[in-house]
Design a protein around this ligand. Sequence first.
Ligand SMILES: [Zn+2]
Length: 429
Amino acid sequence: MKKGALVGGILFLVIGSGLASAQIATRTVALRCGGLFDGHGDSVRKNVVVVIEGDKIKEVGNAAPSGAEVIDLSHETCLPGLIDTHTHVMLNGDITAEDYDEQLLKESPEYRTIRATVNARRALEYGFTSIRDLETEGAGYADADVKKAINNGVIPGPRMQVATRALDVTGAYPLQGYAPNVMVPHGVQLVDGADSARQAVREQISHGADWIKVYSDRSYRVREDGVLDDIPTFTLEELKAIVDEAHRERHKVASHAMALNGVHNSVEAGVDSIEHGNYIAEEDLKKMEARGIFYVPTIYVGEYVAQGRAAEGAPVWVKMIQIHEDTFRRAMKAGVKIAFGTDAGGFDWKVNPAKEFSSMVKFGMTPAQALRAATVTAAELLGVQDSLGSMEVGKVADIVAVPGDPVADVSVMEKVDFVMKGGVVERRP
Ligand SMILES: [Zn+2]
């Protein structure tokens, strides 16, 4: 989903500790949590003390060791840091084609990068301590630099995996509709043919892409039998070349695939995640389950853009919501791994992406299942399950807290008021 209105920036207050790394390494902090959702179970454990030494979780127990700095979260539920596996920090809402064109035509990549630093900070403040940012929408390799600035401590933000420019074929991706003699920028790197696709994968990886993002379909319509049809972008041969090249270089592939053919080709080519997946055929769901391909449904953004896009002449976006719910329920039944992803940036970053939790529950998940999708399952998709995604001894201390019980009411996830990243407190109630 691409295509944004200009918004002003309201910064959240960030409380960085400002301690040198040597001090962090020896510091012991104890979080006195009223409740704990550890990422694995279905319930919230009452009155737990999480002890953090340096940037790691040292103990999950009942008592704070003497000498530890105690942070009182006794009216809060603590959870592992949240992971949003589908974001666009370079984008600021794209309900209509005009919103999108405005950003690519009138904002320099430098200006967009400055705005992205604000969005990255917002993500962290909302409780997302890790994100997978799935392409810059025409802002080149700027995501790799935002990631670098965060990792170097220049700006606050989540841990990032980035996809840089993304790939699509000629004629399939905005900007579109301009006179043939007018040169306009595109939101992706255009490739045609297997060799050109392989070269682009090599280029993107050499410039810092952690993931390769492909757009596998476009132009959606609902068939008479209710199936959501599309025009596949790449040939299967092209898609297979992209996946082969990425995997050969130990990188993974995320595929924007909203409908029948795009999903089918992506599954056949062996991508690692299906993004959006408004309609997925039963056979493809079975293959996704068998091959361990993740489903990142991004439900909330579909509701957010539907009315605007319908008003622009594409009512199919409204019908897609019902189809999406049916697919989501079938995917759960088929045992497909579902990871939390929002497409934030596709909607305004001032809207809290944690609204996705309520959307997932509305479509049939229990609150605990939705929470696991944003913690353990998302960590697995990102390949960081050994260090992140659950509250366990030895794991990195990325921890958030909410004022309430998210298993009883998942919408409290929109009220994260404590954020710790790598043992450093970024936000407090
Ligand atoms: Zn997206």
